[in-house]
Design a binder for this molecule. Structure first.
Ligand code: NCD
Length: 310
């Protein structure tokens, strides 16, 4: 196990591939033998500070800490905290680290977790910052890919939907291109292509193939993984654009029949309309298993950052 004690996780690039492997390996063991870890975080406190809505990220972190014998506190409605009185994030963080051993922060402003990490004496974990990054979803996704495919390299992966504002896509693609042999299809409407900064970064740093396209049907027969995403309504400036784009891509059984038998369909959830309910019964649908993997990977991540892996 590698030593990550006291580190922050703001962006997936904060972790080397060896560190990611270490987190995934422990998560796999935690899944196999959960009972062995039920006292690992006894006496530790997790604070979840959520300035934006969440179901899975917040609750899977809390479940993960409780399953390791630790305790949890926090808020999911910033208006019920001192933020409503005008308190700055820096001041909130300055006191929070006296109340908890590790902090997960979700915030609508890009860069908020980075700022928080400058003021915190305990590990800050980015639970999603605006349309920017979502590194713990990436760890969840990598554990899922590892479970279904046995590897994270040499895979053809399509990202489909809102690639502009989808922070889970940004973090995952930035990480997957660090593994060799990947081929990536970016399927989105013209208005929702991957941000230029990220596209340039991918071109500069990776030897992987990146193919932009508009049609899901053209790509489906060629891929190993389909990563569907929700159009991020809350990041749009006007509702008319959202309404026009919201049903751009819908995966249904007919489209899925074009794909390989061992395709893996992933989605960070929540889904709105982009995967028809009929797809849920298909063995290729991995999104509910993916949400479960999120608990094990967060157990492992917290054990690493708290320095209590064994
Ligand atoms: C994602 C998020 O918050 O970015 N949800 C999650 O954490 N599983 C995806 C989304 O909201 O579309």
């Amino acid at each position: 196990m590698l030593n990550l004690r006291g580190r922050h996780l703001v962006s997936p690039s904060d972790l080397t591939l060896a560190e990611i492997d270490s987190i995934i390996a422990l998560a796999q063991d935690m899944q196999r033998q959960r009972g062995n870890y039920s006292e690992l975080c006894r006496g530790k406190i997790l604070a979840t500070l959520f300035y934006e809505p969440s179901t899975r990220t917040k609750l899977s972190f809390e479940s993960a800490m409780l399953r390791m014998g630790g305790s949890i506190l926090g808020f999911s409605d910033a208006n019920a905290s001192a933020v409503a009185k005008g308190e700055s994030l820096a001041d909130t963080i300055r006191v929070m680290d006296a109340y908890a051993d590790i902090i997960v922060l979700r915030h609508p402003k890009e860069g908020a977790p980075k700022l928080a990490s400058a003021y915190s004496r305990v590990p800050i974990v980015n639970g999603g910052d605006g349309g920017h990054q979502h590194p713990t979803q990436t760890l969840t996704d990598l554990l899922t890919i590892q479970a279904y495919k046995g590897r994270c390299s040499d895979l053809s992966v399509a990202f489909c939907g809102d690639l502009r504002y989808g922070r889970t896509v940004h973090s995952l693609i930035e990480t997957l291109v660090r593994y060799p042999g990947g081929k990536f299809y970016l399927i989105s409407p013209e208005e929702l292509v991957l941000p230029l900064r990220l596209r340039e970064y991918l071109q500069r740093t990776s030897s992987c193939q990146i193919i932009e396209c508009r049609s899901m049907e053209d790509v489906l027969p060629h891929i190993d993984i389909l990563y569907m995403t929700r159009i991020q309504k809350e990041r749009f400036f006007n509702e008319a654009d959202y309404l026009r784009l919201k049903n751009s891509y819908i995966l249904d059984a007919a489209k899925l029949s074009l794909a390989k038998q061992d395709l893996v369909v992933m989605h960070p959830l929540p889904r709105v309309n982009e995967i028809a309910y009929e797809v849920d019964a298909d063995p290729r649908a991995a999104y509910f298993a993916q949400a479960e993997y999120g608990v094990y990977v967060r157990m492992s991540l917290m054990a690493h950052l708290l320095g209590v892996t064994s």
